[in-house]
Design a protein around this ligand. Sequence first.
Ligand SMILES: Cc1ncc(COP(=O)(O)O)c(C=O)c1O
Length: 442
Amino acid sequence: MADMNFTGPEPDLQDLLAARPQLQMHAQDGLCLEDVPLNAIADQYGTPVWVYGAGTMRARFAALRDAFAAENVPMHIHYAVKANDHLAILNLFCEQGAGADVVSIGEFRRAIKAGIAAKNIVYSGVGKAEAELEAALAAGIGQINVESAEEVEMISAIAARLGVVANIALRMNPDVDAGTHAKITTGLAENKFGIAAEDIPALYARAASLPGVQVAGIAMHIGSQILSTEPYRLAYEKGAEMVRALRAAGQNVEVLDIGGGLGIGYQDEPGLNPAAFAATVRQVTHGLGVRLMMEPGRYLAGPAGVLLGAVILQKQAGKRFVVLDAAMNDLMRPAMYEAWHGILPVDASAFHAPATPADVVGPICETADQFATNRALPDLQPGARVALLDAGAYGAVMSSAYNARPRPAAVLVDRGGFELITRRQDVDALWEGEMIPAPRRA
Ligand SMILES: Cc1ncc(COP(=O)(O)O)c(C=O)c1O
């Protein structure tokens, strides 16, 4: 399996902290997120606990918005709900002026519940069920990004039945290698996503002839955790070429949805620079005369979150294992993608203590339940707290209750204070909805 991780030397604890302005180490209070001590949150709500910084999310949204403003490129930002679908976070991005990108009716309903208007919601995904499409259309969804000829026919039929016209875009697969992990690349011809470029003109014409759909334009999304502007440039050039070709063929093309995928620095690789990204978008789309939309998720939410855990014990077995109360069921990315997450001790004394290699693991009965291998960390006695960094995106949303582990609480830090936004799941709630059938008689 290809490794999405940066391959340079691992950053030490000081480097990790220095690269993250949202985190501070205070001599007395220990590690803080946006100047709020993580110890205070763990004291009140226990561990493991997700902690998100509202200021960081707002700042990242503003950085992206301002980068496009500086290039004079009007951009409609649709937050990709899949990255972190908590109502409080959707509401936060809604207040910043974001729409939403959803991939299920559940995400659609979350976005609506959080205050995002249906007309500002885009529905992506390779397999939208009929009932989902019907519900989204009945609620007045703004745009559906269509991934196949079959889906165009299905949407037109549903819309005609409902007496509405569905606003759609065709998701083009630009066959570009995003240079990211094999499991999160989506823009290669061999991937299941989108419609091959050569099939777009005929499908566009077919869609334009159907009663239930109105084709607004072209959509793309080439993958996630992309760290260079080059794959974007290649993909968007193909998108712009397609817009011109369609117009030359007499089609009306108003929208270009350029997707998401902007990468962040998990190790010490620089994340994708919003200014460089915006400049690339301007260069490729300048004069194209389209309404531009984008769907970032990880970039906005990832660095704003930590998973705060505590050490259950340190085990010596040939090497040192630090066993946490957090596990792969909470933060799945290391087990699923071999993803690297920074780990910082919360106490200042531990942060400054000498570090030696340790494997950091969870208590789940799977070898894959491992957050780090040979990581330079100080001695961490039972009860010591650690923060798993950059866990704001594709963290809690991917979690499960495997090994009958209740889902952690979540806390939002904002303007110097903090508030519970998800109660820790009760153990009893784990079997809610389960039934034991009465014995069947033969
Ligand atoms: C269609 C679509 N849009 C947007 C995103 C968001 O990606 P990211 O969180 O990498 O920005 C994804 C995720 O892969 C996606 O599939």
